[in-house]
Design a protein around this ligand. Structure first.
Ligand SMILES: Cc1cc2nc3c(=O)[nH]c(=O)nc-3n(C[C@H](O)[C@H](O)[C@H](O)COP(=O)(O)OP(=O)(O)OC[C@H]3O[C@@H](n4cnc5c(N)ncnc54)[C@H](O)[C@@H]3O)c2cc1C
Length: 393
């Protein structure tokens, strides 16, 4: 991407964020989904930031896209999660694993906002181990019929199409390998239910959906049959980088808010920023910011190299590892930074009326979705020890 195009994209993202903030804040305190976000993103042409220009997107490289998500992350983990669902784990698998016809059918339309996208891997009984999923497909004439329930899906209640993973219905043993599908959500055979009872992220849609003999055209199988696990794992690398980037934004916003409060709130006859124990909190947030920034930049470069050489297994392994490290580090750093910021704000920090309290509530999920803390640690240790030491298979 040319530097001037990256600059323009980040300027558009900033303008989008400024316009988003009032509605995002209002929706948050009223605990309701922000339905304006997709339309506003469309206005600023942000519904396909890393999608190539010839497919209607902005052509952002991984580093620029990570910076864009960090800026959006300052507006809240809910707002950033919309983009992760639509782009990082919705558009990305189509771009990386789709054929030309699939790319042409879904990517320009999703950039125009005609298809909001989502990624359906998790099920009620299959989270950290997606191999335990029970969703199935079978072929009937010129279509597949999909059955199963997908749980905790970002954008799942607002998406027009979802990338779904399922096993062949009849297969057993080594034949039983999952495949990926681009599934359109229209019709009575695809039922959704929103899951609003979350600890935070009230502005973002999280839903479950049930497919009951839901028809999917044969041409909507994504990648080769039986190759779904690879599609899912590759997609999660993209998703994890988006989570890490959003967490950097959370830390940045906590820092801005905390500095301002330190410079304006007076107790014991002086600004609280002059109390050394308060300064300690501020220093911790700044260290979290600097370290997360460096790890994300490194991970984004590794992912860019892997995207440019899809057949290069070493590049893929390096991207996987660096992104896992960045995701683990930044999501924990953001959680701790938000906690420090809440402490600086005292009683006001313990309120959804202030940004830092909202960040604390929202960012907790980043240590869970797209792979939990524990799964990231196991992945990192396995990379060090070798596959023979994998804690689970
Ligand atoms: C708001 C939200 C949005 C989400 N969005 C999406 C989405 O868009 N698409 C999607 O597919 N999914 C999504 N998810 C699901 C998310 O990815 C899963 O919740 C996550 O992977 C964990 O799975 P689980 O909840 O089933 O927990 P479990 O897998 O049941 O884990 C429970 C605990 O056991 C630990 N554990 C499990 N296995 C091991 C092991 N081998 N070793 C050590 N510890 C282990 C876990 O780390 C965790 O602490 C979302 C979740 C949330 C909360």
């Amino acid at each position: 991407m040319y530097p001037q195009d990256a600059e323009k994209l980040l300027a558009d993202v900033d303008a989008f964020c400024q316009e988003l903030r009032p509605t995002e804040e209002l929706c948050y305190v009223e605990h309701r989904q922000n339905d304006a976000i997709a339309e506003l993103a469309k206005k600023y042409d942000l519904l396909g930031m890393p999608i190539p220009v010839e497919l209607g997107g902005r052509g952002a490289d991984a580093v620029t896209y990570a910076r864009a998500l960090a800026r959006i992350g300052r507006e809240g983990t809910g707002a950033r999660t919309f983009f992760s669902g639509h782009t990082s784990i919705g558009q990305y698998p189509i771009l990386r694993y789709g054929n030309d016809a699939q790319k042409k059918r879904y990517l320009p339309a999703s950039v125009r906002g005609e298809y909001i996208l989502a990624f359906g891997l998790t099920e009620p009984d299959a989270g950290s181990n997606p191999l335990e999923m029970t969703s199935t497909y079978r072929r009937e004439g010129n279509r597949f019929l999909l059955n199963g329930v997908k749980y905790l899906i970002s954008n799942g209640g607002i998406a027009q199409a979802v990338v779904v993973l399922a096993y062949p219905e009849a297969a057993t043993g080594p034949e039983r390998r999952m495949s990926a599908f681009i599934v359109e959500t229209a019709g009575e055979t695809f039922e959704t239910e929103d899951l609003p009872s979350k600890l935070g992220m009230f502005t973002a849609n999280t839903a479950m959906f049930q497919m009951t003999d839901h028809p999917v055209p044969l041409e909507n199988m994504l990648g080769e049959e039986g190759n779904g696990f690879r599609v899912a794992m590759g997609t999660l690398i993209s998703g994890r980088l988006s989570v890490a980037s959003g967490c950097l934004g959370v830390i940045e916003d906590c820092l801005v808010e905390a500095i301002h409060y330190c410079q304006t709130r007076t107790q014991h006859g002086k600004l609280i920023g002059k109390h050394q124990l308060v300064q300690e909190h501020l220093a911790a947030i700044e260290i979290a910011r600097a370290a997360s920034d460096a790890m994300i930049e490194r991970a984004a470069h590794a992912k860019q190299r892997s995207d440019e050489s899809p057949q290069d297994k070493d590049a893929a392994a390096e991207a996987d590892l660096r992104v896992a490290q960045a995701k683990f580090f930044a999501s924990n750093a953001a959680w701790e930074a938000a906690d420090h910021a809440v402490q600086i704000f005292g009683g006001r920090g313990y309120s959804e009326l202030y940004r830092v309290g909202r960040h604390l509530q929202d960012v907790r999920v980043c240590r869970i979705y797209e792979g939990t803390d524990e799964i990231m640690k196991l992945k990192i240790a396995t990379a060090l020890l070798g596959k023979d030491f994998a804690a689970f298979s």
